[in-house]
Design a protein around this ligand. Structure first.
Ligand code: AMP
Ligand code: GLY
Length: 425
């Protein structure tokens, strides 16, 4: 079968590497991909938002399965576009419908869904410009810190956590009256602050059955000790030591099962990944958010641990037979360290020459923002440039391997966090 994978990050490189391993995969196309994915298949210059171009490519190239990496095409309705087209609707499609993607695309929708299905989450209320005075009054009933969230997609920047009431009131005003996050903040969710430690759990569902993939923890801030600006993610480890059997049983009973049951009961068309952003509050899991895709850089530590044939898992997902699938995983720990361009997550240069990747032995290098020039040299082409994932019997050893591999790689201004996973040891 020919497979088309959409996306261009480290997540997609890690997915492409697994898909390419499958005996069921004939040709793998990655659109648009990066310099790393071109080693797993063929990169094609397709704009993920140009549905007609995707349609033409799929039909011209006999693609039998489409796997969607990022959320944007899903939120824009790519699955629905396939479902209503006679020529496309028999093609296996891994990713939810637009309605399903609203679990990520609208925080208000997601919170209401959690509430309808009794899924533990922070108490909340939503406000619009018309109800700004009620929003201010609600803030005054809460204890700090205050959590304000733009309802819509805001490139990971739409969540504000504020220590004092006056700033919180001003920011609520800015979001609702001054469109601080554009249309994404036409509606704002205000919620209770949860104290605890975060982790990510990934689920693959056919809309009725599910399998739970390995857990992971990511490191979002640019600076060591979780300081400084938020980034796309600076590293990840899998599994998460505190996500033991007892905790994961609670996650399954209280969060995964009611989520999948809710999707089924509400007749939401959903065949794809669910990313649960969780908080462990004293041993009890609460859900902070849903995403409708895999995480990045969590995928770079989760996917290499999957030893089952992922294309077979995707076939089960498409056919509604995930109850017959078994997930095999590598019990070792995987640790991923992200290397970023100097200046990221602010402005940063592109086109610096990357050296030393070929010297890395015994670790995996996943590319994110990379490309090759006409002479075949590897260049930086984004903020998050590439990451190194290593396996070992324990977290300490996996991290040591990754950090020693990172030292082999360099370019002008390259930066990485030196404390990935340290909080867990
Ligand atoms: P989100 O985009 O919803 O994942 O929020 C971004 C980050 O804000 C999360 O990863 C958490 O670190 C933090 N956060 C969001 N909601 C809460 C909450 N209710 N309590 C504590 N931290 C939160
Ligand atoms: N690592 C968090 C995300 O992918 O949203």
């Amino acid at each position: 079968m020919n497979i088309l994978l959409l996306g261009s990050g480290g997540r997609e490189h890690a997915m492409a590497a697994k898909i390419a391993e499958s005996p069921q995969c004939d040709k793998l196309y990655i659109a648009p991909g990066n310099a790393g994915t071109s080693r797993c298949g063929t990169n094609v210059a397709l704009d993920n938002n140009d549905f007609e171009a995707i349609r033409k490519f799929v039909l011209d190239n006999g693609v039998g399965m489409v796997v969607v990496g990022p959320e944007a095409p899903l939120v824009a309705g790519l699955q629905d576009f396939f479902a209503r087209d006679e020529a496309l609707n028999k093609i296996a499609f891994i990713g939810p419908s637009r309605q399903g993607a609203t679990l990520e695309g609208s925080k208000d929708f997601a919170k209401a869904f959690m509430q309808r299905h009794g899924i533990p989450t922070a108490a909340y209320r939503s406000f619009t410009r018309e109800t700004l005075p009620e929003g201010i009054a609600f803030l005054r009933t809460l204890k700090p810190p205050y959590v304000l969230k733009a309802d819509g997609l805001a490139a990971g920047k739409g969540v504000l956590i504020i220590d004092d009431l006056e700033t919180a009131e001003n920011e609520l005003h800015n979001m609702l009256e001054n469109a601080k996050f554009g249309a994404a903040s036409d509606k704002v969710v205000i919620e209770e602050f949860l104290h605890g430690i975060e982790l990510s759990v990934f689920v693959l569902t056919d809309g009725e059955h599910y399998i739970i993939l390995p857990s992971a923890k990511d490191y979002k801030r640019i600076g060591e000790g979780d300081t400084g600006l938020n980034t796309g993610g600076m590293g990840s480890v899998s599994p998460v030591p505190f996500a033991d059997k007892a905790f994961m049983q609670k996650v399954e009973e209280r969060i995964v099962r009611p989520t999948v049951n809710g999707i089924r009961e509400e007749k939401i068309s959903y065949k794809g990944f669910i990313f649960l952003g969780l908080m462990n509050c004293g041993g009890d899991p609460y859900i902070i958010e849903y995403n409708v895709r895999m995480g990045d850089p969590e995928t770079e530590s989760v996917f290499p641990r999957i030893s089952s044939d992922v294309v077979e898992l995707f076939n089960h997902t498409w056919n509604g037979t995930l109850d017959r699938a078994t997930l095999k995983t590598n019990p070792q720990t995987a640790a991923c360290v992200m290397m970023v361009a100097g200046g990221y997550p602010g402005s940063y240069p592109k086109g610096n020459i990357i050296q030393g990747v070929e010297n890395v032995k015994g670790s995996l290098v996943f590319h994110a923002g990379t490309k090759r020039d006409a002479e075949g040299r590897l260049l930086t082409n984004g903020g998050r440039v590439l990451c190194v994932t290593s396996f070992a019997d324990n977290l300490e050893a996996a991290l040591a391997k990754s950090y020693s591999a990172v030292k082999e790689i360099s370019w002008e201004g390259c930066h990485y966090r030196r404390d990935i996973g340290r909080d867990l040891m």
